[in-house]
Design a protein around this ligand. Structure first.
Ligand code: NAD
Ligand code: WQD
Length: 347
């Protein structure tokens, strides 16, 4: 029996594969490689010393997905596959609704057809939009502010509806994981975040400035109501996040197999850092300067966002262990040893 990992060649998926293998699970990875490289899966094999079954497969390809379920014994699904760029979702909303919603619907239909009950879904703190207060608990209001975030909330709602209705007597056991800001890389430096274009997110941008690929960072606003005026976020090491998936899967598999359930968890550290603190921490960890300039706020950004992670601590027995300097040191190890990501011409 295998765990089906959709989007397993991507940033969080590849790191979670390492943790799942370490926990003794057998994997089946599918990915259409629209935002990743098959090399990531080879590196997972290199780190773990185990071979991983990988299929290049698009969730929009229903017959191929059905054949995949027919040919492999799947005990549970961890569903990372999706498009995730906020700005692109504003300019191409149909692409996002089509890929993320329809891809998930196809996956759920295949699970139902083949009697697979257990699902872990990659949701996001983006569903909270601009929170009324911090730290953010799972009970906080959800009001995403862009099409990407709305695809996450729609999928959460779909899954919640599904678990509330005895559809064809199918039992669904679902965990929704709302990630805060994943950063860092595997400590080996073999896998990490490999944006295909100029990075949208802070830490990969800083890393590319430090390695000399980009000239300087633009800090989006220094007039927020935060201690130094720059945005504050809950950055979480991708290995801690990956471990959260293993804990969630183990917990899910211990739940009553006779009734449907859907449970949501924040995965964050509970601590917020500002953009200027992040720059400073990266300079310390890498020994490289990160030149920056303050520019106007980015549309849609909020001042402060960090998690209340207590529910995951209590129920999943999980908490983030890695500190900011480990996040930055591991990012730097990955970036400096793979300056062009998985595309490195030296290979
Ligand atoms: P990623 O882009 O690195 O990984 C997603 C993977 O899904 C990619 O490898 C991509 O090729 C694949 N994919 C996309 N559409 C597909 C389809 N139709 N069929 C098959 N494969 C498809 O992104 P990530 O950072 O690893 O994020 C993983 C998940 O976590 C996503 O669902 C994302 O929305 C969610 N998430 C990410 C963050 C973040 O900041 N990285 C935060 C919260 C939630
Ligand atoms: C962090 C901070 C920026 C880039 C996004 C998505 C969210 C989730 C995680 C998927 C903010 C500032 C950034 C730069 C900067 N993804 N910044 N210069 O916006 O918190 O969250 O990724 O679910 O949905 O919205 O992350 O890394 O883009 O920004 O000053 O070049 O860094 O203003 O304060 P964000 P981020």
């Amino acid at each position: 029996m295998a765990i089906l990992v959709t989007g397993g060649a991507g940033f969080i998926g590849s790191h979670t594969c390492v943790e799942l293998i370490a926990a003794g699970y057998e994997l089946l990875v599918i990915d259409n490689l629209c935002n990743s490289r098959a090399e990531a899966v080879s590196r997972v094999e290199q780190i773990t010393g185990q071979s991983v079954v990988f299929l290049k497969l698009d969730l929009l390809d229903k017959p191929a997905l059905d054949a995949c379920f027919a040919q492999h014994k799947i005990e549970a699904v961890i569903h990372f596959a999706g498009l995730k760029a906020v700005g692109e979702s504003v300019s191409k909303p149909l692409l996002y609704y089509h890929n993320n919603i329809e891809g998930t619907l196809n996956l759920l239909a295949a699970m139902q057809r083949h009697g697979v009950s257990d699902l872990i879904f990659s949701s996001s703190a983006t569903v909270y939009g601009d929170p009324d207060s911090v730290p953010i608990t799972e009970e906080a209001a959800v009001r995403p502010t862009n099409p990407y975030g709305r695809t996450k909330l729609m999928i959460e709602d779909m899954l919640s509806d599904l678990t509330a209705s005895p559809a064809d007597n199918h039992i669904w056991r679902v965990v929704l994981l709302r990630y805060f800001n994943p950063v860092g890389a595997h400590p080996s430096g073999l896998i990490g975040e490999d944006p295909s274009d100029i990075p949208n997110n802070l830490v990969p941008y800083i890393a590319q400035v430090a390695v000399g690929k980009l000239q300087q960072l633009s800090v989006f606003g220094d007039d927020y109501a935060t201690p130094d005026g720059t945005g504050v976020r809950d950055y979480i090491h991708v290995m801690d996040l990956s471990n959260g998936h293993v804990k969630a899967l183990q917990w899910l598999q211990q739940q009553d197999a006779g009734s449907s359930m859907c449970e949501v968890f924040n995965l964050g550290t509970g601590t917020g850092y500002s953009v200027l603190e992040m720059i400073n921490a990266f300079e310390q960890a890498s020994g490289q300067p990160v030149p920056y300039k303050i520019v106007a706020r980015r549309e849609g950004d909020i001042a402060t966002c960090y998690a209340d992670p207590q529910k995951a601590q209590h129920l999943l027995q999980w908490q983030a262990d890695k500190n900011l300097s480990e996040m930055m040191a591991d990012t730097w190890r990955w970036q400096s040893s793979n300056p062009n990501g998985y595309d490195d011409p030296q290979e």
